[in-house]
Design a protein around this ligand. Structure first.
Ligand code: CTP
Ligand code: MG
Length: 250
């Protein structure tokens, strides 16, 4: 049911999420595309969509599906319970994450001034993290990324062939480093410009905005926003879900 008692948010602050979900999940091993693999019996993508739709600020979710899987993703969204206040659009993705995000951005109606980009492969991000990112952009940040301090010391090396020793070049001061997660939040116009102008390979959207020379801020990330990348991550994700079920009183 839609809430008629509260006015809609200001036009400029309307928030949409683009969820790139078109990857194959090579590092997870053979099987279905990663976003369609299940956790606790529910496809990872559905967990990710629910995590975004859990934020009251989010009124549109654009899912970027595997190129040949858009129909399957549409029917998955139809068969799983999702909040009624949120609209869903499905578009086919591209060869790279960057291209998939761009295709998702092209599907956005004009009225959305804030865009989040969230990996389907981060299905368990808490809603507080989503809201923290949105809040930072609403308060004027051009780009905001959830980030965590590192547990490990990080070395820069001269990469060598697999199995060969690699010379260490430097040890950046750990206290100044952060591991960056999604959802990453943006002023829409800036993210669109980044995707138009930046062509080199990047591993996140904020990196493209940095290359434009625009400021990016880091806000508090969360352990449970980890990316499901390798088989062990599935074990961790199932354990997080089991702990949530326990805490919810089952
Ligand atoms: N992604 C995408 N389109 C691509 C490649 C990746 O939409 N062509 C999405 C993935 O579906 C995932 C997110 O980008 O939700 C982060 O990418 P990653 O974790 O690397 O997923 P995959 O590329 O699927 O995994 P791998 O690199 O192991 O193949
Ligand atoms: Mg990948």
């Amino acid at each position: 049911m839609s809430d008629v008692s509260s006015p809609p948010p200001a036009e400029a602050a309307r928030t949409a999420v683009v969820i790139p979900a078109a990857g194959r999940g090579v590092r997870l091993g053979p099987g279905a595309p990663k976003a369609l693999r299940t956790l606790g019996g529910v496809p990872m993508l559905i967990h990710a969509v629910r995590a975004m739709a859990a934020s009251r600020a989010v009124s549109l979710v654009v899912v970027v599906a595997p190129p040949d899987g858009a129909a399957e993703v549409k029917s998955l969204l139809d068969t799983h319970a999702l909040p009624e206040r949120t609209d869903f659009v499905v578009v086919p993705g591209g060869e790279t994450r960057q291209e998939s995000v761009r295709l998702g951005l092209e599907a956005l109606p004009p009225e959305y001034g804030i865009v989040l980009v969230h990996d389907a492969a981060r299905p368990l991000v808490p809603v507080d993290t989503v809201d923290t990112v949105i809040e930072a952009v609403r308060e004027g940040a051009v780009a905001a990324v959830p980030a965590l301090p590192l547990a490990d010391t990080v070395k820069e090396v001269e990469p060598a062939a697999p199995g060969e020793p690699e010379p260490v070049l430097a040890t950046p001061e750990r206290a100044r480093l952060r591991a960056v997660q999604t959802p990453q939040g943006f002023a829409r116009a800036t993210l669109v410009r980044a995707h138009e102008q930046i062509t080199g390979a990047v591993t996140d959207d904020a990196g493209m905005v940095e290359q434009l020379g625009e400021p990016v801020v880091a806000v508090a990330g969360h352990e449970e926003a980890f990316k499901v990348t390798r088989p062990l991550d599935l074990v961790l994700a199932e354990a997080v879900l089991a702990r949530r079920r326990l805490n919810d009183g089952f």
